[in-house]
Design a binder for this molecule. Structure first.
Ligand SMILES: *Cc1c(COP(=O)(O)O)cnc(C)c1O
Length: 332
């Protein structure tokens, strides 16, 4: 499949998915289920109290025919952390890995070539059928792995206009590192407003002037030869792409600073000719083209270093550069 013929991001799935359920005692051995329907009790915990988390991972088809998954361990670890923070049953590492590998292997022939990929969406949620459990974690759960062939989420060269939200947070400050649907729901009001009123592509959340992240991606800026991004805290999602960029940046001659910074410092950097970009599995590294702040649009003059980082990262993923950090897991 070529990039052009791919359907919109995440809308088409391999026909079956590995599925396991937790009954309060143990996880069932996983089985294949059709990926287009799911039986649910209308009182399920997830539908009422939002006990759901997920992961977003990519598998790549390299030119030599190898199929590789990017930083699988890190994603498995984060899914288990999200589950634990939501008081959900935590699936064993081996089960999660096995189900992900099985899902990718089943879709092997559907994995597109560069610059496209297979997007992997492990999904976990609470299934107790009891609306009385508002203040209690679900004791039972479903876990399954959807896979979807995808093109680039943000095409290089397309505009990335960020609306700078100076007051509201994306989600509750203690929930930021949980990859959970509820956090997306809580950001939707500002995203919708920013799109409708400013034609913005994404919202950069900067509560109390603290530059954090966008609705679904982490954020960094580059001042001269220094890459600056917020240090890890409970308030935002600890991206695997962010971590990868921080490890790669020194190889491209960039110094790295993990620290807090304000909107006014960021705007100074941009006005001096600095760069900014979003990072995420879907977005890869998407350079920012302009910011909307207090009703004014500020253009970003350069995208050069962000694109260089993007190039360096995708070269590892597609096997065009050595995988020195051992980030890739090859499908047998
Ligand atoms: C998934 C996600 C990211 C990016 O994380 P990656 O591991 O790089 O894909 C950033 N912010 C939010 C809110 C996310 O949900």
């Amino acid at each position: 499949m070529t990039q052009k013929t791919l359907p919109p991001f995440g809308s088409v799935f391999h026909e079956k998915m590995p599925f396991s359920q937790y009954d309060g005692q143990k996880w069932s051995s996983w089985q294949w289920q059709p990926s287009h329907q799911l039986m649910m009790h209308p009182a399920m915990h997830v539908l009422h109290y939002g006990s759901a988390c997920f992961e977003g991972i990519k598998a790549f088809r390299q030119a030599n025919g190898r199929i590789v998954i990017f930083r699988l361990d890190k994603h498995v670890q984060r899914l288990r952390q999200s589950a634990s923070l939501l008081n959900l049953p935590v699936p064993e590492e081996a089960l999660v890995r096995e189900m992900i590998m099985a899902a990718v292997a089943a879709a092997r022939d559907e994995i597109p070539e560069a610059p496209a990929a297979l997007y992997i969406r492990p999904t976990l949620f609470g299934t107790d059928a009891n609306v009385g459990k508002a203040g209690v974690g679900s004791e039972s759960a479903y876990f399954y792995v959807l896979v979807s062939p995808v093109g680039d989420y943000f095409q290089v060269g397309s505009p990335m206009k960020l609306y700078v939200e100076r007051h509201h947070a994306r989600c509750a400050p203690h929930m930021g590192r949980v990859k959970s649907g509820g956090n997306y729901a809580s950001a939707l009001m500002w995203q919708t407003m920013a799109k409708r009123e400013h034609g913005a592509n994404q919202v950069l959340f900067c509560p109390n002037d603290d530059v954090q992240e966008t609705g679904a991606s982490n954020f960094f800026m580059i001042d001269g030869q220094t890459l600056i991004t917020k240090a890890l805290s409970e308030a935002f999602l600890h991206g695997v792409t962010r971590d990868s960029v921080l490890q790669m940046a020194p190889r491209l001659g960039l110094k790295v600073e993990e620290r807090d910074f304000t909107v006014s410092e960021m705007l100074d950097v941009i006005r001096r000719g600095g760069e900014a970009a979003l990072t995420g599995t879907a977005a890869v590294i998407a350079p920012v083209t302009s910011f909307v702040v207090d009703g004014q649009e500020i253009q970003v003059q350069k995208q050069e270093l962000a694109l260089k980082l993007r190039q360096a990262l995708t070269a590892i993923q597609y096997g065009d550069a050595p995988d020195v950090e051992a980030w890739l897991t090859e499908l047998a």
